[in-house]
Design a protein around this ligand. Structure first.
Ligand SMILES: Cc1ncc(COP(=O)(O)O)c(C=O)c1O
Length: 379
C-alpha cells in the first residue's frame, strides 16, 4: 500500500508505540492516585508536558492536554464574544462559529485571496472596518482572531507572525490551528507570537484521540469540559496517560527530526507538482502547499480518480477526509473561487515522513494513466 493521505491521519511511529506500552500495561495507574502507581503516571504526564513545551518554546504550564484538534479548537473558540476567522478554516472552527452565532456571538469570516492566503492587509482592513478595540487587561472581553497555520486541503502556509501582530495591534487575542503544521514544520510559539495554538496527536505520528492546546500565560479562557478539575481546571477528565506519553514522544521526535523529514517531504512534493503539471494537460494546482497538495484535473471526477487509485493500492483523498465521510464539495476550494466542476475534479495528495520518491513516481504514473482513461470515458 502507498499512503499519500497523511493530512487525514498518520501511521504511528514505532518509537511512540514503544513509549506508550508500559502505560497501557504495568503502569496503568490513575495519575491522581496517591500511591506509587499513581505517582509514576503523574511523572509521565509531567514529563510529556515539559517535552512538548520545550519543543514549541512554551512553558509547561501553558500546555493543556485534550482529545485532539477538534476539542482544542472548540475550547479556544467557544466563549469568545467576537470572532474573526476565515472561510478556509477546518470545520472544527467553522461549525463552532456557526453555532456561536446562534447564541449571539458576532463573527466574521474573511475571504482569502485567490491563492487562499489571508493576508495581513485583509485582516487589517476588516478589523479597521469592525472598529474593534479590545480591553487589553481583560482577555475575556477581547475579540478572538483565529487563522490556521497550514490549510488541510491546499497546504497553504499562512503568515501567522504578521497576522498575530495585526490582531494584537487591535487588542485582539490570536489563535492558530496548527494541526496540519505539527510534524512537518518547526513550531515556535514565541516566534509566531500567538496567544493560543492547537495540535492533534494523530497528524504527527502519535496516537489518535490525543492533542494539546497551548494557551499563553495570562490569557484566561473558559473550560469546555467540567468535572474533576484535571489540567488545572481547563480540561476535566482522567488523564489519558498512555496517549499523553505517546503525544510527548511524537512531539519530541518531530522537533528533533523536523529538518530532515521536511526536506524529504518538500522534494517529493516538488516532484509531484512538476510531473503532474507538466505531463497531464489541463491540470491545475490549488494553493501553494509544500506537503499537502491539491490538484484539479479538468473533465474528471476526483472521487472516481481516488477510487481507481485505491484499486492500485494508492491512498489519496478528495477534499477533507477529516469530515465524517460526507462527500460534500470542498468549502476551501469554493472559497478560492473554483467552479463546482473544478472543485469536483480535485484530489489531495498529502506527504509524510514515510513516503519515498519511488512511491511518488509510481503514483504519478497511475494518476496520468487514470486521468487519461477517465477523460476518454467522459467522467
Ligand atoms: C486543520 C485541522 N484542524 C483540526 C482537525 C481536527 O483534528 P482531530 O482529528 O484531532 O479532531 C483537523 C483534522 O482532521 C484538521 O485538519
Amino acid at each position: 500500500m502507498i499512503y499519500f493521505d497523511n493530512a487525514a491521519s498518520t501511521r504511528m511511529d514505532d518509537r511512540v508505540l514503544e513509549a506508550m506500552l508500559p502505560y497501557l500495561k504495568e503502569s496503568f495507574g490513575n495519575a491522581n492516585g496517591k500511591y506509587s502507581l499513581g505517582y509514576e503516571a503523574r511523572k509521565a504526564v509531567n514529563e510529556a508536558r515539559k517535552t512538548i513545551a520545550s519543543a514549541i518554546s512554551a512553558e509547561p504550564d501553558e500546555i493543556y492536554f485534550t482529545s485532539g484538534g477538534t476539542e482544542g479548537n472548540n475550547t479556544v473558540l467557544s466563549f469568545a464574544k467576537v470572532i474573526i476567522s476565515s472561510k478556509t478554516e477546518h470545520d472544527s472552527v467553522l461549525k463552532v462559529i456557526e453555532n456561536a452565532k446562534k447564541n449571539g456571538t458576532k463573527a466574521v469570516l474573511l475571504k482569502p485571496d485567490s491563492f487562499g492566503m489571508v493576508t495581513p492587509k485583509i485582516l487589517k482592513e476588516k478589523l479597521e472596518e469592525l472598529d474593534i478595540k479590545g480591553d487589553p487587561s481583560d482577555f475575556k472581553k477581547r475579540a478572538l482572531v483565529s487563522i490556521m497555520l497550514v490549510n488541510n486541503e491546499t497546504g497553504n502556509i499562512q503568515n501567522i507572525k504578521e497576522l498575530a501582530e495585526v490582531a494584537h495591534s487591535y487588542g485582539c487575542v490570536f489563535h492558530t490551528d496548527a494541526v496540519q503544521a505539527a510534524g512537518h514544520m518547526r513550531i515556535n510559539v514565541k516566534e509566531l507570537g500567538v496567544d493560543a495554538l492547537t495540535v492533534s496527536g494523530h497528524k504527527l505520528y502519535g496516537p489518535k484521540g490525543t492533542g494539546f492546546m497551548f494557551i499563553r500565560r495570562g490569557v484566561s479562557l473558559n473550560p469546555l469540559i467540567y468535572g474533576g478539575g484535571q489540567e488545572r481546571g481547563m480540561r476535566s477528565g482522567t488523564e489519558n496517560v498512555p496517549g499523553i506519553v505517546g503525544l510527548g514522544k511524537a512531539c519530541e521526535l518531530a522537533a528533533v527530526e523536523n529538518e530532515i523529514n521536511s526536506r524529504k517531504e518538500r522534494e517529493i512534493a516538488e516532484y509531484f507538482k512538476k510531473t503532474l503539471l507538466e505531463t497531464i494537460p489541463d491540470t491545475k494546482i490549488n494553493g501553494d502547499g509544500k506537503w499537502v497538495l491539491n490538484f484539479s484535473f479538468a473533465g474528471i471526477n476526483g472521487t472516481s480518480l481516488a477510487l481507481r487509485l485505491d484499486m492500485e493500492g494508492i491512498c489519496v483523498s478528495t477534499g477533507s477526509a477529516c469530515s465524517s465521510g460526507l462527500d460534500e464539495r470542498s468549502h476551501v476550494l469554493t472559497a478560492l473561487g473554483l467552479s463546482n466542476e473544478q472543485a469536483d475534479s480535485s484530489i489531495r495528495i498529502s506527504i509524510g515522513k514515510y513516503n519515498t520518491m519511488e512511491e511518488a513516481k509510481f503514483t504519478c504514473f497511475h494518476i496520468k494513466r487514470l486521468v487519461e482513461e477517465l477523460r476518454s470515458l467522459g467522467r
